[in-house]
Write a protein that binds this ligand. Structure first.
Ligand code: UD1
Length: 425
């Protein structure tokens, strides 16, 4: 596997106006892959992940695991992990680049009895504290201290002990931390107010195949009976529902007709229903959906919610669609306090959007026009691509390293559907 160096100078150029048509295969989910990869720190006898997406974030997580002592053999969509963590300190240079690095804290603690993990970085969408992850560790008997930007977690000679983790707020990552840390803790752990996301169910499925005892993943209450050891496991990563939703919007916004394959439509139920309300035709099959449209979308209000509500990770892309809608609507963001950074850039290509606190009001316009724009985070970058696909002229999108964190082979996939898209090297 070739490890990457992010190229901050690359730009994407899109000439708008093509109607996207054809079939596209969705990759494995980034948000499922990252916690699954962190499991290699406790699955010492072996973990194989199939449908593994090749992304900047999964490469970064690989680097971090290798730095911690895990061996990785990753070719195409298959990654094999083995070995035991050799050090308890995660590299600052790696962790600062990706917020999801915090997911190694619990498994390191479970494996070695102590961990030193720097405070993480990642997408600039709000303050994004990690207090709930630390709450998990403390609820399972760990001591937490801070030293020069590092979290230092340790457990006594008795190791981690099961306990009640009653989350004051729903968090996807902290629920994953709780599951990964509790599976090898002594006794029973009860997780209350757990997140329901499909990626959490996928994590629990993989761990259960490895011999863990987890009940209730996908509901608000998860009960874990700690086991002494886990067995080797091979797991197929769940498809990326956010990538699938982004292609669905690409079809709707370009008056296209795209068959989106290798997905689980149930994971996108709320979103697909919303797309129907905006006037798109949506045909749902077992492992695919066909989204098509022949007219301007109809304006329709949304509020982002924890799963199974409208996903915050599709909010920016949906806003691009609503920019050209017939009518006015609002988009309310309830998960992150600073997730409208794509708005000033959408304005550059002609959208009419105003923001009041957590609510954006969008007055639909008939046409967008090409411009130079800057991606500020992962999903914002996709919203700019979607806007550029219908804007007249050629747009230049900067900040593309954000896009590479979460969309595998995106230019190839879009150009196969008929988009005029190029990347400058
Ligand atoms: C995950 C996803 C991200 C998605 C988000 C919400 C991954 C790798 N990323 O992020 O794509 O947008 O879920 O669906 O899976 N919070 C705290 N304290 C904490 C942790 C979170 O206050 O310790 C807050 C956050 O600031 C945010 C809210 O809880 O306001 C939800 O965040 P969370 O569900 O934890 O998101 P992530 O797991 O970081």
């Amino acid at each position: 596997m070739k490890l990457f160096l992010q190229n901050y100078k690359e730009k994407i150029y899109i000439t708008g106006g093509s109607s996207l048509k054809g079939m596209v295969k969705v990759s494995g989910a980034k948000n499922a892959a990252l916690p699954l990869m962190a499991l290699s720190l406790i699955l010492n006898k072996g973990l194989t992940l199939l449908n593994m997406p090749d992304l900047a974030d999964t490469r970064l997580m690989s680097k971090l695991l290798i730095q911690l002592g895990i061996n990785i053999n990753w070719t195409y969509g298959k990654a094999e992990f083995d070995g035991h963590p050799q050090v308890n300190e995660a590299s600052y240079d790696l962790v600062r680049q990706m917020r999801a690095s915090i997911l190694v804290l619990g498994p390191l603690l479970a494996s070695l009895g102590s961990a030193r993990v720097p405070l993480p970085g990642g997408c600039a969408i709000g303050a994004r504290p990690i207090d709930l992850h630390l709450f998990v560790m403390e609820s399972l008997g760990a001591n937490i201290k801070y030293d020069s930007g590092f979290i230092i977690a340790s457990v006594g000679s008795e190791g981690l002990k099961g306990g009640v983790i009653d989350f004051p707020k729903i968090s996807v990552g902290a629920t994953e931390s709780a599951i990964m840390t509790a599976v090898l803790a002594k006794g029973v752990t009860k997780i209350l107010n757990a997140a329901h996301e499909p990626e959490i169910i996928d994590l629990a499925k993989c761990l259960t195949s490895a011999g863990a005892n987890i009940k209730g993943a996908g509901t608000s209450t998860i009960i874990i009976n700690g086991v002494k050891k886990l067995n080797p496991v091979c797991h197929d990563i769940v498809p990326d529902r956010i990538e699938a939703g982004s292609f669905a919007i690409a079809s709707a916004i370009t008056k296209g007709n795209i068959e989106i394959n290798n997905i689980r439509p149930n994971d996108l139920e709320f979103f697909l229903q919303t797309l129907k309300y905006t006037g798109s035709k949506v045909i749902i099959n077992k492992n695919s959906v066909i989204v098509s449209s022949s007219k301007r979308p109809i304006a329709y209000n949304i509020t982002t919610e924890a799963h199974p509500g409208f996903p915050t990770d599709l909010q920016a892309q949906y806003m691009a669609l609503m920019s050209i809608a017939d009518g006015n609507c609002y988009v309310k963001e309830t998960i992150f306090e600073n997730r409208f950074m794509h708005v000033p850039e959408l304005l550059r290509i002609g959208a009419n959007i105003t923001i009041d606190k957590q609510t954006a009001t969008i007055k639909g316009v008939k046409n967008l026009h090409a411009s130079k724009v800057m991606a500020s985070d992962l999903r914002a970058s996709m919203s700019l691509i979607l806007g550029a696909l219908v804007a007249s002229g050629t747009s230049e999108i900067d900040g593309i390293h954000h896009l590479d964190r979460g969309y595998e082979k995106i230019e190839d996939k879009l150009s196969n559907l008929g988009a005029i898209i190029n990347r400058s090297k």
